[in-house]
Write a protein that binds this ligand. Structure first.
Ligand SMILES: [Zn+2]
Length: 314
């Protein structure tokens, strides 16, 4: 398993050959007992790697997290980055890869959760992020959810993933570079403007959600705490609940469209300023040749039109 850098660019790739063996149980029917294939369901706990933690109600778990059986990264090798012959820069794929199962019910999707459940999921993200960031050689913990096959989920049972890495990913590095100038947060200004604008989708006491001015996909949404915090762990529990309310609201709208989607947390892993936020990226249109060749995105739904759908549900 290797982490490799592009010849020239600040662009990195993990080579994780073992992940090709992941179970893909979207396509049924399957042979034998279907229960056997519900890897994340109660009764099959022995089929996952050892549990790291759980939350229980009445003696039964409703959130459960453990190492990914098919990790993209591991701590089996050396995190030191080497360069040979000028063009080949690599290290071991160093890090921790965890799964958070968000419900015991294999059929429940996260857009069916109530706000409490989303809130608890965010609380566990915070707990795990804090723990993983405290470990040696870990410089960023990527927290993300893939919902639906088109969004890259290999199993339909609702879950999120955390990948703790040795590098600061380029997208985060770019946000750290441009997200604040002379110590003044660029995003605070964005939040103030979008809060009262045509792209606003949702607002409560602590949080505003809007479709970004220049989205990467149709229906993209960004959720920002109004208070400028570097990490979600800096939010009060009430503010975190308000964040959950926004994420819940957006997902209920995505349910109307049966949209596959990804969401992920963006934050500063260091003291450097970056206004923490969540990006929700529906995958109704696919990135193709133009997007891959240019890093520029074609949208067929304007963010203003998308925001109206989020506000009204129509
Ligand atoms: Zn800010």
């Amino acid at each position: 398993m290797e982490l490799r850098k592009d010849y020239v660019l600040n662009r990195w790739s993990y080579i994780a050959e073992g992940r090709g063996k992941r179970p893909m149980n979207f396509s049924k029917p399957i042979d034998g007992d279907p229960k056997k294939h519900e890897l994340f369901a109660p009764g099959n706990e022995h089929m996952t790697p050892p549990e790291i933690g759980r939350r229980e109600r009445d003696g039964k778990w409703y959130l459960r997290w453990f190492a990914n059986k098919f990790p993209a990264v591991s701590t089996d090798g050396d995190p030191t980055i080497h360069t040979a012959d000028g063009n080949y820069t690599w290290s071991w794929s160093y890090g921790y890869h965890e799964i958070l199962v968000e419900t015991p019910d294999p059929k429940q999707r996260s857009w069916d959760f109530d706000v409490n459940q989303v809130h608890e999921v965010l609380q566990v993200y915070n707990e795990r992020t804090t723990e993983l960031l405290s470990k040696d050689h870990i410089n960023f913990v990527s927290v993300f959810k893939n919902s639906g096959r088109e969004a890259g989920a290999s199993l339909p049972h609702s879950h999120s993933q955390l990948i703790a890495q040795s590098i600061i990913p380029p997208l985060i590095a770019e946000k750290l570079e441009f997200g604040a100038k002379d110590g003044v947060c660029a995003y605070c200004n964005v939040v103030q403007r979008e809060k009262d604008g045509v792209r606003k989708c949702f607002e409560n006491n602590s949080v505003v959600a809007f479709t970004p001015y220049a989205p990467r996909s149709n229906w993209e949404v960004q959720i920002f705490p109004k208070r400028c915090v570097n990490k979600f762990t800096e939010l009060s529990d009430e503010e975190l609940r308000d964040t959950a309310e926004a994420l819940h609201f957006i997902q209920t709208r995505l349910k109307i469209m049966s949209a596959p989607y990804n969401y992920h947390l963006q934050y500063s892993p260091s003291d450097k300023k970056l206004h923490a936020h969540i990006e929700v990226i529906p995958r109704m249109n696919s990135w193709a040749g133009f997007e891959l060749s240019t890093g520029t995105y074609i949208n067929t739904i304007s963010p203003e039109q998308a925001a109206e759908f989020y506000r009204t549900g129509e």
